[in-house]
Ligand binder design. Structure first.
Ligand SMILES: Cc1cc2nc3c(=O)[nH]c(=O)nc-3n(C[C@H](O)[C@H](O)[C@H](O)COP(=O)(O)OP(=O)(O)OC[C@H]3O[C@@H](n4cnc5c(N)ncnc54)[C@H](O)[C@@H]3O)c2cc1C
Length: 269
């Protein structure tokens, strides 16, 4: 699979990773390689890879009051198994534990998922629903800004800029709803909704070209999610369901509406 000699680095400090990325301009940062390695089959391997898995500044899972801080190199299995995550946001543990298969979860990282799964990824919906902030080596970016402008085109990190971690708001209640057509594969749709006091957060992925924070659904929930209310219709006026080989747009909309109603039942019970 590796078609030429690879200049492989595993730095033990964030500064060393940054130094390598500036020293080798073609260097590619790598989390678990679950997206990159299959991609190399088509594009060929890069000359230099900087693996981020040993960097302590990217390996933390910490709770500070009502905020959960997760390092970018934390794997999805570590996320699913963490007591701090399970206590703070059980719906996030459950989401992480259902992504893909165990082999993938054992390698894939939060940073890698943030960079590659903007359309149908489960994690983006959770980041948007918890109103997360993405911390990079250069700036802090609200999840809403991180995902919205990207579409499926890939991350907007500057050359050499790394995701260090994310901070998530710990809500009073959270609900993860998803529609998965094939076990072990991406969910077709994911809704991740939270309630903190009278405030709601809703992230949806799989409905349109990019995961998005559903402000209209948040307003609908804040209004009590009344049956027959037109509030929910606004979600689909603003983000029409996308038709592709997997599903028709109208099907996606009907299923997203169903998942949102289930999330409302869970949060408002
Ligand atoms: C079999 C399988 C099933 C899957 N199922 C699901 C699913 O159900 N739901 C879902 O949401 N996803 C799913 N995925 C996608 C999976 O979540 C991503 O492929 C994975 O999270 C990528 O993480 P990684 O650490 O392996 O990324 P890598 O392949 O290492 O990197 C991906 C990209 O991110 C960049 N990158 C990585 N870390 C950083 C960082 N800290 N800073 C800056 N750039 C960085 C890399 O340079 C690269 O461009 C599945 C993937 C597979 C292979």
């Amino acid at each position: 699979m590796i078609d030429k000699p690879l200049n492989w680095h595993r730095p033990a400090a964030l500064e060393d990773a940054q130094a390598l990325l500036s020293r080798f301009p073609d260097a590619v940062p790598m989390g678990g390689g679950q997206h990159l390695i299959p991609h190399w089959r088509q594009s060929g391997t890069p000359a230099t890879v900087v693996s981020l898995g040993l960097i302590p500044a990217m390996r933390h899972i910490e709770r500070h009051g009502r905020v959960l801080r997760l390092g970018a190199a934390v794997t999805l299995n570590e996320l699913a198994a963490s007591a701090a995550v399970g206590d703070g946001i059980p719906a996030l543990s459950s989401l992480a534990g259902k992504m893909g298969d165990r082999l993938m979860r054992n390698r894939a990282t939060i940073g890698g998922a943030l960079c590659t799964t903007s359309q149908a990824g489960c994690l983006p919906a959770a980041m948007l629903g918890t109103r997360a902030v993405v911390h990079t080596t250069a700036r802090d970016i609200a999840a809403h800004d991180w995902f919205q402008p990207r579409g499926p085109g890939g991350p907007t990190l500057e050359k050499g800029e790394l995701i260090v971690g994310v901070s998530l708001r710990i809500p009073d209640a959270a609900s993860h709803q998803c529609l998965r057509l094939i076990p072990g594969r991406f969910a077709l749709l994911t809704v991740f909704a939270t309630r903190a006091g009278h405030e709601f957060g809703v992230g949806i992925s799989g409905l349109s070209a990019s995961a998005f924070r559903a402000f209209a659904a948040e307003a609908w929930l804040a209004g009590g999610a009344a049956a027959g209310s037109t509030g929910l219709d606004r979600v689909f006026e603003e983000h029409p369901g996308q038709s592709d080989i997997q599903a028709h747009g109208a099907y996606r909309e009907a299923q997203a509406r169903r998942l949102l109603k289930k999330a409302a039942e869970a949060l408002l019970a």
